[in-house]
Design a protein around this ligand. Structure first.
Ligand code: HAM
Length: 539
């Protein structure tokens, strides 16, 4: 069979969107646009400016900000497979590949000599690349270089020693060790698709010296985030957030309240149904505040450990606060009896929390206190909040946020207070759709049914004029019988059909058919524009 024939028979692979990602399509995208447009408008009225951030960042940014032990960082980030560029990079990558494919089972002979030569060459080149700053350098890579060099010494020693099975085993193990340590060596800084954007905003705040701007700095963002979670309704691996952050020198409770007021105003404007705001204060990290509370919580949890499920049992050690988040039914009565953070806040945090509640009341924002609201990211302190909406099933949190004083400092910036939130746009849209707030099919205003060459020229001109006046126009690219064209106009949900044939062009009087009732009228072009304009404005 010729190569061409073989190709013909081969069935082309059908590609599908990757698990947890999806295409957003019209007419749904019209609702997304409306949501985003409303966010632009509402946030601007509160003095927020838009920041557009990169979609990938250094892995360490999130490890440091969100916390290395959180699910988001430890399990859910998508790593980018980046390559070291330039001549040194290509050489290192090539050597690394060759090392992976070399076998050396005997301590003598050409195989081991070849392996050691490649390995030594790699280590030497890597050492130089680290010294010159070409390769990514941090504590980890420096320690790794030390071990890479040690491996070489160990191989020399074992080669001289191999006399029995034990040493043979150690020899082979060392070869495998060499390969593994070369394989996962980060030649460039590890990068990930962003799982959230608060860390990025703080990074940008520091990078652009925004502390010198008039405080507080108020920024908002929208765009995709990425987390390797188990996909289900309202939970995706690529999802979209609309978020806002306030950064500066003040932690005045009125700032917390205004940020919450802003997101509630936004939901109100969208007529989101069943909105429920939960608030809490998780204090600050000190022995007389959250740290002391966590110790007490741990003691209380140890006492009921046997009655808890595996996840909660593990969390007693790793992050006891997260036990409060548990949705396991059997655990609920036990959790209800645990000590509560509100009773263990220090004086300042308790006063701050009371003032935030007062400020919310002054703004007419209705809230519910929820002592179990701890949130899953490490950077939070004091105020935390979450908003749920109807029609979302188990993934009903449509917005989460809180205060994160000290995060900018943790990322190498000046001491800074911060508070913000992020809305899950996918969930927001879902809830709006469930409650019938979604716009119907995006119809056309005018469908132009034309026949004949002269009419085509007129139709092109008419389409241009109508579009210029802001009407949505469908102009079929090829001639069709009027009957077929009108059927097409109906299918597309057009309001009017503009009929242009020889007669219309000659007379300069165009036929406009209202598709809802089938009525027709004859109009000149200026009359047409006038009529449609009046119809649009409801005159
Ligand atoms: P978060 O609670 O991790 O907070 O996410 C905020 C919102 O994003 C959630 O309430 C949810 O609506 C949505 N969301 C999260 N994961 C998914 C997913 N896999 N699929 C669909 N929607 C999802 C943050 O991200 C913080 N950065 C919020 C913040 C800003 N705190 C202070 N400033």
């Amino acid at each position: 069979m010729s190569e061409g024939a073989a190709k013909k028979e081969e069935k082309p692979r059908k590609f599908q969107a990757i698990r947890g990602t999806r295409d957003l399509m019209p007419p749904e995208t019209a609702l997304w646009n409306r949501v985003e447009q409303t966010a632009h408008e509402v946030f601007a009225t509160f003095g927020f400016g838009e920041i557009r951030l990169p979609i990938f960042e250094a892995k360490d940014l999130f490890a440091r900000a969100v916390g290395g032990d959180t699910d988001i960082v430890s399990k859910e980030m998508f790593w980018l497979d980046d390559r070291l560029e330039g001549e040194v990079g290509s050489k290192l990558e090539f050597l690394r590949l060759q090392i992976q494919y070399k076998t050396a089972s005997s301590p003598e002979g050409p195989e081991i000599a070849e392996f050691k030569k490649l390995y030594a060459e790699f280590v030497q080149l890597y050492k130089e690349a680290l010294a010159s700053g070409i390769a990514y350098r941090n504590e980890f890579t420096e320690r790794r270089l030390f071990f890479l060099e040690k491996n070489l010494e160990r191989l020399d020693q074992l080669q001289a020693q191999v006399r029995n099975n034990v040493e043979q085993f150690l020899f082979e193990e060392t070869i495998n060790h060499c390969k593994a340590q070369v394989a996962d060596l980060p030649l460039t800084e590890p990068k990930v698709l962003r799982p959230e954007a608060t860390a990025s905003v703080c990074r940008a705040y520091i990078e652009h010296g925004m502390q010198s701007l008039p405080a507080p700095v108020k920024l908002y963002y929208m765009g995709p985030m990425f987390r390797r979670e188990r996909p289900q309704k309202g939970r995706y691996r690529q999802f979209y957030q609309i978020g806002a952050e306030v950064l500066g020198g003040s932690d005045a409770p009125a700032i917390d309240a205004e940020v919450i007021e802003m997101v509630m105003t936004f939901f109100d404007r969208l007529e989101l149904q069943g909105v429920q705001l939960d608030i809490n204060s998780i204090g600050h990290s000190a022995d007389n505040c959250r740290r002391g509370y966590v110790e007490k919580l741990k003691v209380a949890l140890e006492k009921v450990k046997d009655k808890l499920g595996a996840d909660s049992q593990r969390r007693i050690e790793t992050n006891p606060l997260r036990v409060l988040d548990s949705k396991v039914r059997e655990e609920q009565p036990i959790i209800e009896k645990l000590p509560r953070i509100a009773d263990h806040l220090c004086e300042e945090c308790a006063a701050h929390y009371a003032a935030v509640k007062h400020q919310l009341e002054m703004r007419g924002v209705i809230y519910r206190e929820n002592w179990r609201l701890v949130r899953g990211l490490d950077y939070y302190m004091r105020t935390t909040f979450e908003i749920t909406a109807q029609g979302l099933g188990s993934q009903n949190a449509v917005c989460g946020g809180g205060r994160y004083d000290g995060l900018v400092e943790l990322l190498g910036g000046p001491p800074t207070k911060g508070i913000g939130f992020a809305i899950g746009e996918d969930r927001l849209v879902l809830s709006l759709q469930e409650s019938g707030k979604a716009p119907a099919q995006q119809g056309r205003d005018v469908y132009i049914a034309w026949m004949g060459e002269r009419a085509h020229a007129t139709a092109i001109r008419a389409a241009k004029d109508l579009r210029k006046a802001g009407f949505s126009v469908e102009l079929p690219p090829v001639e069709q019988k009027f009957g077929k064209a009108l059927g097409q106009a109906d299918k597309l949900g057009a309001k009017y059909a503009l009929i242009l044939g020889d007669n219309e062009v000659t007379e300069g009087l165009w036929t406009l058919k209202t598709l809802a009732d089938g009525s027709q009228q004859k109009l000149t072009e200026p009359q047409l524009l006038d009529f449609l304009g009046k119809e649009r404005s409801g005159e």
